[in-house]
Design a protein. Structure first.
Length: 176
């Protein structure tokens, strides 16, 4: 599939708005920001996600206890392919997620998962959001341990980013 340059130019604003929607989702799950996640989904969406199927509110109720039990998470999105059809679009976006897990014995473990978000998005009132999502996991790796943060990175003491609303990005960005 190739898209002529002239068509990409015509669709540029919609393509960027779709990418921003995907990025809002990733930020929302990493910061545990329910409103940010809601801004990425239409209320009537259906998300099929690692054994879960439901709407945005059900996804938040299912995922927040899981994600909140982790010290840190980071979801990155790349390789975004978009096929626009008027006010609907199909999109495949690769994800790479890093998770620092708290184990029952008090130790830490890192889990990395990678795959693709297969989305159908809808544009309503000049706004793009996810209408249907199917998450395909293509790869994962669980490490038996995690980095020792007590000594810092390369001996430099650092504080990890926070969650909603304490992360400093909330004083920088005014995203709604």
């Amino acid at each position: 599939m190739t898209t002529p340059v002239s068509r990409v130019l015509e669709e540029l604003a919609d393509r960027e708005a779709i990418k921003e929607c995907l990025y809002r989702y990733a930020r929302g799950v990493d910061r545990l920001d329910a409103d940010m996640i809601r801004s990425a989904y239409w209320p009537d969406c259906i998300d099929s996600h690692m054994g879960f199927t439901g709407n945005a509110e059900e996804f938040i109720a299912w995922s927040f206890p899981i994600m909140g039990s982790m010290d840190q998470t980071m979801h990155m999105i790349s390789n975004v392919l978009i096929s626009l059809r008027g006010d609907e679009a199909d999109c495949e976006a690769y994800f790479y997620g890093i998770h620092r897990i708290n184990l029952p014995d008090g130790s830490k473990s890192d889990v990395i998962g990678a795959g693709r978000y297969l989305d159908t998005l809808a544009k309503r009132d000049d706004e793009w959001r996810i209408l249907r999502r199917n998450v395909v996991t293509d790869w994962f790796r669980q490490y038996p341990d995690s980095a020792d943060w007590s000594n810092g990175m390369l001996g430099i003491m650092i504080e990890p980013g926070g969650r909603h609303p304490d992360d400093e990005s909330y004083s920088l960005l005014s995203l709604k």
